[in-house]
Write a protein that binds this ligand. Structure first.
Ligand SMILES: [Zn+2]
Length: 313
């Protein structure tokens, strides 16, 4: 197996299974010996992909009345919660922005009140009702650079999306085309070289196979940038404290292979002991202990999540 980013040899680091929704089978996770990029060697057919995301991945039942755009927060509060883990928090005011994987337009609403001209891309068809009700310019489907003029956007963002894309090089090449010279591509993605993956091993929350196809390292992101006319301007590990809480819940509710998790999936079941474990974890979370742990590891730049800012030359 070759690293899909730098083409150096890669070896199996874990054999994993879907520990959230119970998709059948096992998957090899490969780690590149040179750039430390991790990737899955899965070649799902379009039919299998459709089945994976429609039958196993939870589909939303989002209602228009539930729409709440992200709100501005104070610096201290956002820092303590690890909210700067999200790319949208780094977008300047009064810019033309495209959010790829915009969910239910929460980020678009946030940018709009800050004077931005907003565009979105989202694969989940449920976004249509929200976008229509709020007159947001959202393309429902996968990102395609031909949808936009070249040199059009000041900023493009992707929050927890690049790891799902089968050919990230092609996507970033497209993003570079639609960015203006000097424009920014801001993205967040899990850090499989951080403390979490080291401590929790195969039980790390962000392997999330077979949905997460790529786990970027600083080296592999620099490689992607250099091949697409971008430059890595900033790299930080910033981790939302909620995710450490989810990690503990993931551990105590860890399912057998081909069984849905009682924490992640509505189809899963929890034993009495697991329910008690979850209650204790939630009490500990309220004491802000997860906040202190995530802030400490982020300060050491060993956190579970990367924030990258790439600039078009
Ligand atoms: Zn590599």
């Amino acid at each position: 197996m070759k690293c899909p980013i730098c083409l150096s040899p890669a070896t199996t680091s874990y054999i994993l299974y879907d520990d959230r929704y119970g998709y059948p089978g096992k998957v090899d996770l490969y780690a590149c010996l040179k750039c430390f990029h991790r990737s899955l060697n899965v070649n799902l057919t379009p039919d299998q992909l459709l089945e994976l995301y429609s039958r196993y991945y939870p589909r939303s039942v989002y209602q228009v009345a539930d729409y709440r755009p992200h709100k501005p927060v104070s610096f201290i509060q956002a820092w303590f919660n690890g909210e700067y883990a999200s790319a949208f928090r780094w977008v300047p005011e009064n810019v033309r922005i495209l959010d790829i994987g915009c969910g239910f337009c929460e980020s678009l609403g946030y940018h709009q009140v800050r004077g931005c001209e907003v565009y979105g891309v989202e694969a989940d068809e449920n976004v249509k009702r929200i976008a229509e009700s709020r007159s947001f310019n959202v393309y429902c489907g996968l990102f395609n650079s031909r949808l936009y003029e070249k040199n059009f956007f000041d900023v493009v963002t992707m929050d927890q999306v690049i790891e799902h894309i089968s050919d990230p090089l092609e996507t970033v090449r497209g993003i570079a085309q639609v960015l203006k010279p000097g424009g920014l591509f801001i993205l967040s993605s899990p850090n499989s070289n951080g403390w979490g993956a080291k401590i929790f091993g195969r039980y790390w929350i962000n392997w999330h196979v077979p949905y997460h196809l790529h786990q970027f390292s600083i080296k592999s992101m620099k490689e992607v940038a250099s091949r697409t006319g971008l430059k890595v301007q900033k790299v930080k590990t910033i981790t939302n404290s909620e995710w450490l809480c989810y990690q503990w819940l993931h551990l105590v509710t860890y399912p057998l292979r081909e069984h849905p998790s009682g924490f992640w999936s509505k189809k899963g079941k929890l034993s009495l002991l697991q329910k008690i474990g979850c209650k204790i974890i939630m009490i500990i979370h309220k004491l802000k202990i997860n906040h202190l742990i995530t802030r400490l590891f982020d300060l050491l730049q060993m956190g579970d999540n990367y924030l990258f800012i790439l600039k078009k030359e």
